[in-house]
Design a protein around this ligand. Structure first.
Ligand SMILES: Cc1ncc(COP(=O)(O)O)c(C=O)c1O
Length: 406
């Protein structure tokens, strides 16, 4: 069997740049919520490629559609109209109640486009040094601008000078945002994740979302909600801001939109839809036919297979089982999140759980040092959720005992 050792082992391929702390597992293939490594060991996948594989692996409806598309056309230039772009954009507009979409290939690109939209929104109004409100513990990507917007010093270390023009505030504190922007005529936008992912599964309260929406309206700022990780059906709504009954002006998406095929999108409402003019923004791969087909089919399958309801049902089942099994365990601070985006916050760092769970046949991640993150494929069943709990709970108890917490 494949022994799992400590992370940060030297890369097995000396030619791939060493940018990730990887586990020594070489993956081979997957089916549904299962993944196999090259030695034939199977794993239950509660990570879904970090909230990407929304339909699980090798979905029987997605695979033939993608094969069909590869046989027709993978890529062409944005010098021409790509009908699938209009098809996917129309669907995203219908689902979001917003108006227009720009396509790209990753989350950071979607966020980069959002930041450019905000700056140009300000510049068009005569604000020559626009500033954007961002959040503590936020994660928006690793380009220079998006890592500057990110609220994690570890991500920024070594990459200064950072991009200027960001004002940082804590989450869920409307007084803090009012105070930080008091009398500042340069503010153009507020930018946050509806549920912070990398920062430790920290949801924005529904009340807070409504208050920020009202503040943006009052001050003529753009409300920009990064739903790259928490969007696309994961919380039981297409987009988690819907739980608060609001609509943003700008919504970057990526990850789960293409079920694994690289795709990003910036959805804009009327206040932001006309800001970019021809020549203002673009990307070679954005909107290519393969990615567009993946997006169209992902949404179609999510609708056909009732995955909104499944995310609620299995998410509630998983949360309830974790709460029951961990009820009187000292060292469990909180179980947070919504639908199939859950975090178990421990009172001690728990990075070891990442490798130990893999050794036990369960893929997940640990984020913000002490939060076990579960973002499985949205096709997960309640039986599979029970299996997650059966593997994970003893590992948590063992780790807490080792650390003298329990
Ligand atoms: C909320 C959020 N925004 C942006 C990104 C960056 O996306 P990508 O890695 O596709 O650039 C991530 C990635 O984890 C994310 O979680």
């Amino acid at each position: 069997m494949n022994a799992v050792t400590a992370p940060n082992t030297p890369p097995s391929s000396p030619h791939v740049m060493h940018t990730y702390g990887r586990l020594p597992i070489a993956v081979s293939h997957g089916q549904g919520c299962r993944v196999w490594d090259v030695n034939g060991k199977s794993y239950l996948d509660a990570l879904g490629g970090i909230a990407v594989n929304t339909l699980g692996h090798a979905h029987p409806k997605l695979v033939p559609a993608l094969c069909d598309q590869v046989g027709k056309m993978i890529h062409c230039s944005n010098y021409y109209h790509v009908p699938l772009q209009e098809q996917l954009a129309a669907k995203l507009v219908e689902l979001s109640g917003m108006t227009n979409v720009f396509f790209c290939s990753t989350g950071l690109e979607a966020n980069e486009a959002a930041l450019k939209l905000a700056r140009k929104f300000g510049q068009d109004k005569g604000i020559t040094r626009p500033e954007i409100v961002v959040y503590e513990k936020a994660f928006h990507g690793r380009s220079i601008a998006t890592l500057s917007a990110t609220g994690n010093p570890k991500v920024q270390a070594g990459f200064g000078p950072l991009v200027e023009g960001f004002i940082r505030v804590p989450i869920n504190d409307i007084a803090a945002i009012r105070q930080a922007t008091e009398g500042n005529p340069n503010v153009v936008a507020v930018f946050f994740e509806a549920i912070q992912g990398e920062g430790g599964i920290n949801p924005m309260d529904a009340d807070y979302l409504r208050q920020v929406r009202a503040l943006c309206d009052e001050r003529d700022w753009l409300l920009m909600i990064d739903e790259v990780q928490c969007g696309m059906c994961r919380t039981g709504k297409w987009f988690p801001h819907e739980w608060a009954g609001i609509v943003p002006d700008v919504m970057p998406l990526a990850k789960g939109l293409g079920s694994g095929v690289p795709i990003g999108a910036v959805v804009a409402g009327p206040k932001a839809a006309e800001i970019f003019k021809p020549g203002n923004h673009g990307t070679t791969f954005g909107g290519n036919p393969l990615a567009m087909r993946a997006g169209v089919e992902t949404i179609r399958i999510m609708e056909e297979d009732g995955l909104l309801a499944n995310a609620v049902k299995v998410g509630e089942h998983l949360r309830a089982a974790l709460q029951r099994e961990l009820a009187n365990v000292k060292g469990i601070k909180e179980i947070r999140g919504k639908g199939l985006m859950l975090g178990i916050d421990l009172s001690v760092p728990c990075g070891e759980i990442w490798s130990r769970s893999a050794e036990a046949g369960l893929l997940l991640s640990v984020t913000a040092d002490s939060v076990i993150r579960l973002v499985p494929p949205l096709v997960m069943t309640t039986a599979e959720a029970d299996e997650v709990v059966a593997i994970l709970v003893p590992l948590i108890k063992q780790l807490l005992a080792e650390k003298g917490v329990s």
